[in-house]
Design a binder for this molecule. Structure first.
Ligand SMILES: *Cc1c(COP(=O)(O)O)cnc(C)c1O
Length: 254
C-alpha cells in the first residue's frame, strides 16, 4: 500500500480550479484565436494511484506520465484498472528504443507525445504493426519540437519538424499523426512579451498547415504547463499538460 506522503492535497479542487481557469482564459482571449477548447492532460508523475483515481472520479480522463517505469506500474495497477476503465494515458517523456514494446503494449495507452526523429517514428510504426492482439486504431502520436534549442531537451529542431511531419504522414500508416508538442524553456518572464517557444510552435503549426493544405484544427498543439497554460491557451494551445496545479507539488527526485 502506497502511503500518501503529500500533505493531503485536494486533487478534486485542484482539477476544478484548472478547468475553471481554462474556461476563463478561453472566454477572454483574442477573438482571432479560434482553436477548440484544449484537452487537459493531468500530469500525474510521482503521484500515487489514489490521486489518479480521485481525479478520474471527478471526471478527468486524460493523464500524462513521463517515466516509463511509472507508466508501466500505474497503467497496470489493479485499482486503476478497475476504477478507471476509460482512462487515456499520454506518454510525455523521452522514449528509448529498448522501452518501445513495453510502452506500446500497456492498457489504455492513448498517445505518445514525444516522437522526435524518423528513427523513433519508424520503430513505433513497426512495433504497433506487430502488436498482438492487433490494435483497432493507428497509434496516436505528436512530434516533439525542441523550441528552446537547449541541448538537454529532447525534441527535433524547429527547421526539421515539417519534414518529419511529411515523412510520418507519407510513410507510416500505423501512426496517426495528431500534431506537435513542446516543453520550452523553464521560467520565462512574461513581462518580456509572448513566450518565444509558444510563438515558434504556432509558427511550425502554420507552416505544416500551409504545406499540407490543412486547417489549424487538424494539427493539435500541445503546450502549456501549470505556470503558463493560460498564456499557451491565449496563443492557441489545444492540449495543456498540467501537473502541480492539479496534484500539488512533487517531492524532489533523488
Ligand atoms: C512534469 C511535466 C508537465 C507538468 O508540469 P507542471 O509544471 O507540474 O504542471 C508537463 N509536461 C511535461 C513533459 C512534464 O514532464
Amino acid at each position: 500500500m502506497i502511503r500518501r506522503t503529500m500533505a493531503e492535497f485536494d486533487v478534486k479542487a485542484g482539477l476544478q480550479l484548472a478547468l475553471k481557469r481554462i474556461d476563463e482564459v478561453l472566454a477572454n482571449r483574442p477573438k482571432e484565436i479560434q482553436t477548440p477548447k484544449p484537452i487537459l492532460v493531468a500530469v500525474s508523475k510521482t503521484k500515487p494511484p489514489e490521486a489518479i483515481i480521485e481525479a478520474y472520479e471527478a471526471g478527468q480522463r486524460d493523464f500524462g506520465e513521463n517515466y516509463v517505469q511509472e507508466l508501466v506500474e500505474k497503467s497496470q495497477h489493479p485499482d486503476i484498472r478497475s476504477k478507471c476503465p476509460e482512462i487515456r494515458w499520454h506518454f510525455i517523456g523521452h522514449l528509448q528504443n529498448n522501452k518501445i514494446n513495453k510502452v506500446l503494449s500497456l492498457p489504455n495507452l492513448h498517445m505518445i507525445q514525444t516522437v522526435d526523429s524518423e528513427k523513433l517514428a519508424t520503430r513505433l510504426d513497426a512495433a504497433w504493426a506487430k502488436l498482438e492482439p492487433k490494435p483497432e486504431q493507428p497509434l496516436r502520436v505528436l512530434i516533439q519540437i525542441n523550441t528552446s534549442q537547449e541541448d538537454v531537451k529532447s525534441g527535433i529542431e524547429i527547421s526539421k519538424a515539417p519534414s518529419l511531419y511529411q515523412y510520418i504522414k507519407s510513410n507510416l500508416k500505423n501512426l496517426q499523426l495528431m500534431g506537435i508538442m513542446t516543453i520550452g524553456a523553464y521560467g520565462f518572464d512574461y513581462s518580456n512579451g509572448p513566450n518565444p517557444d509558444f510563438v515558434s510552435l504556432i509558427n511550425v503549426q502554420r507552416s505544416i498547415c500551409e504545406a499540407n493544405n490543412l486547417n489549424p484544427e487538424s494539427v493539435l498543439v500541445s503546450m502549456g504547463m501549470s505556470n503558463d497554460y493560460d498564456k499557451a491557451i491565449e496563443m492557441g494551445s489545444t492540449i495543456v499538460r498540467i501537473g502541480t496545479s492539479i496534484f500539488g507539488h512533487r517531492a524532489a527526485k533523488n
